[in-house]
Every structure is written in C-alpha cells, then in structure tokens.
Design a protein around this ligand. Structure first.
Ligand code: OOG
Ligand code: NI
Length: 408
C-alpha cells in the first residue's frame, strides 16, 4: 500500500534539503525572505499572474549538485526517480565562452500535473574527466580511481529508491526515513579533505576540485524563483550583498519575457577540515557554494530559440531584441516562436529547464579562476545519447515535453 505518493516524497525532499541548506548557509534565509517579499509586492501590483500562482512560485526551488562519474550519475538518476524527477536535456558546459569541465542534465517532473503539485528540479553535473583539454591521462586516471573508490549513496538507499519508483510511492512509516536518508546524502561533509589532492585539482579547475577533491557530494545551491529579478537584484544590493554584475539570460524586455533569467552572489567562506601532507588535520575554509535566484518566462519553440540565440550573439541583446521578437503574446503565438496552451496567447507555457550559457556564467560566479582548456577539439563521446546509455534512463527532449504540454 503506497500511502505516500511520489510527489509527496518530492515535496518532502525539497523541504528537507531547504531546511538543511538553510542551516548550513544562513545567507539562504535572507535570499528566501527577499524573494518572498519581491513576489508578494509583484503579485499585489499585478493581479493576473500568467506564469504560475504566487504559492507555486514562492515555494519553487531548484538545486544543483555535481558528481564525478557516469556511475555516480546513474545512482542519482535512480534515487531521483523515487521522487518523480526524471532527466531532461543535455547541457555541455565545456562549450561555453568560459568553459567548465562538466556535462549536465536536469532532473525534474515531466508531467504538467506533477509540476503543478511540486516542481522541484535539480541541475546535475558530471565531471568530464575524459576531456584531455582539461585532464592529462595521468590526472584522469587518478581522478577516476578516487571517484570509483568513494561511495556517495548507501546501496540500501538506492535499493529503496528502486522499489519506491516502481511502486509510485511508499508506506507512510517508511517515507520519513527514506527522505531523511536522501537529504543527508547531500549534506556538506565534515570529513577531512586531502589538501594536496584538492589543490592539485583546483589548479586545473575549481569545479573539478569541488567534485573530485572530496569524498562526498553536496547541494551547491538552492534557488528560489522570483517574479521580478531586477527588483530582487536591487533589493539584495541594497542589503549589502554583492551580486554578479549582469543578470544571466535574456534582458528585461517590455514584451513577453522568455526562458530564464538568473542572478547569483558568492557565498561566504565555509569552515571545512583538511588533512595536510604530514597527516595533521587542520581547520580551513572553502568558498564553493553560492546563492542564486531565477525568474522564469515563456518556453520558446526551436524557432524561437534560434531567434534568442541570434539576439544573444549581439553585444547588446536588449538593443536588438525587437528585431528578433514581437512585442505581444498574440504575435509570439502566431509566429510559432513560443509555446501557449492550446495556442491561446493568454496561457503561456512556462520554461521549466536551464540555459547552458547562463549555467556556465552561474558556475563562474563563485570561482576565483576559470578552468583553462587546452588546445584541440573534443575527442570525448559525451552526448545526450551517451549519457542516457550510461545511466540507463531515457533523457527527455525538452521540446517534446513542451509540445505535449502546449497541445494537451
Ligand atoms: C550548476 C550551475 C548551473 C543554473 O541554475 O544554471 C545552475 C552548479 O553550480 O553546479 O545551477
Ligand atoms: Ni542553479
């Protein structure tokens, strides 16, 4: 008997992570408070919220995690399927203007009613250790051995996840333990970090060190959703918090707001423990986690996306926006640029995914140094199909999902 359904487990998982992360990163509470205030003020001024109710938007979060290998990603996929979160899309952040040596997917509910019940999603990145532009053969071998030798998830947790995913839920007396065990797998570890190993990886890429320099994974950030990100950016700055210079993604426009806009701030140094080369355990700090906020707009069709990419290729996208996009939803719908439920311009389909260029910008926001990619082309096999084969789960094409939502 499944008295607790998958979506309820997902809601509990999101709430549990939020509670844990808030205890670990107090600035998160400031961010959530400011976000809630911005949303309440926006909703009060604009009674018709077309992109989600105040309740859904204010409760909405996305998380980000990073793992070291395809085998670890497969475990994440198995674990998240118990929460009704399935992989959608393939993001290659090695191709960004400031490359990050990871390939990613996003785990999220795929059915509209599931999104409505709880839209929790987790952007999940895997270290691209096979990319010789970042890792020498020697370093790759050591990274892969280190990662293969650690255990991110208790095999019992993954076994339970299989059963829950297959049954669509679990009995009430099992739910709390399962969710608590899943949440704690993403806690920041107190295990001492091998200083020399961490520093060697950090010299290649700070993200590589965060992923493969430690024996566990952790929530990197937990992102609230706001209805007015410019106002959020202003309010956070007013509180003395230094935000990244530019909001990532599309500019603020007077017409229909599309896709996803994001901003972030650098987290404070967090206490971590290190083991020095002489074997001594000492206290130190790392700055790897940050705060992020998102504003979601309308999902674009492949045609709309090509217009978006063309606008974003210009030095000042806001100056040329009108050359690529019309000013009204009616024209957006008529020209097939964006998705609307049943083609009705008053009912936009919300973008539920991520943007690779923005993600790379978000990754960078907490780094002192960028990764330096060596010369040469990509010789790896990384692709959506490769990833799907490795993890043994179908990876949904986001456009298929939007088509289905728009026509249902
Ligand atoms: C993921 C960065 C990307 C987003 O919202 O685009 C991301 C990470 O830092 O692990 O979270
Ligand atoms: Ni994020």
């Amino acid at each position: 008997m499944c008295s607790v359904e998958t979506w309820q487990l997902r809601a509990q998982f999101a709430a549990g992570l939020s509670q844990m992360y808030g205890a670990e990163v107090p600035a998160y509470h400031t961010l959530v408070d400011v976000s809630s205030a911005v949303n309440a003020a926006y909703a009060a001024a604009s009674p018709a919220l077309r992109l989600g109710s105040l309740e859904r938007v204010t409760a909405e979060r996305h998380g980000a995690i990073r793992v070291g290998s395809a085998a670890e990603l497969a475990q994440v996929a198995d674990l998240f399927s118990a929460f009704g979160m399935h992989p959608v899309g393939f993001y290659d952040l090695r191709e960004a203007a400031s490359p990050v040596p990871v390939v990613s997917t996003a785990f999220r509910p795929v059915d509209p009613d599931e999104l409505a019940r709880n839209p929790f999603r987790v952007f999940t990145s895997m270290l691209a250790s096979a990319d010789i532009r970042f890792f020498t053969a020697d370093l790759r071998g050591r990274v892969e051995r280190f990662v293969a030798g650690r255990q991110l998830f208790d095999p019992g947790l993954i076994a339970s996840a299989h059963l829950i995913a297959a049954a669509g839920g679990c009995p009430a007396d099992e739910a709390a333990d399962f969710v608590a065990a899943a949440v704690s797998a993403f806690a920041l570890s107190r295990e001492p970090i091998d200083r020399a190993w961490y520093d060697e990886l950090a010299a290649v890429s700070a993200v590589a060190a965060d992923i493969a320099g430690v024996t566990s994974t952790h929530i990197n950030h937990l992102t609230p959703r706001v209805l007015d990100i410019d106002e959020l950016q202003r309010a956070m700055t007013e509180r003395g918090i230094t935000m990244i210079d530019h909001i990532q993604g599309p500019p603020r426009v007077s017409g229909p707001q599309v896709l996803l806009r994001q901003t972030s701030f650098r987290a404070l140094a967090e206490p971590r423990r290190f083991r020095t080369p002489s074997g001594e355990v000492v206290d130190g700090t790392l700055r790897v986690r940050f705060g992020e906020v998102e504003q979601r707009g309308i999902a674009l069709t492949p045609l709309g996306r090509s217009h978006y990419d063309a606008a974003m290729a210009c030095a000042d996208p806001s100056a040329v926006w009108g050359e690529h996009f019309p000013a009204t939803d009616a024209e957006m719908a008529a020209s097939g640029l964006a998705y609307y439920h049943g083609g009705d311009p008053s009912r936009p389909v919300v973008y539920e995914d991520f943007l690779p260029a923005s993600a790379a910008g978000i990754f960078r926001s907490n780094l002192d140094t960028d990764a330096v990619a060596g010369a040469g082309g990509d010789t790896t096999d990384y692709s959506l199909d490769w990833m799907a084969g490795q993890i043994g789960h179908h990876i949904h094409d986001p456009y298929d999902l939007y088509e289905k939502v728009a026509s249902s």
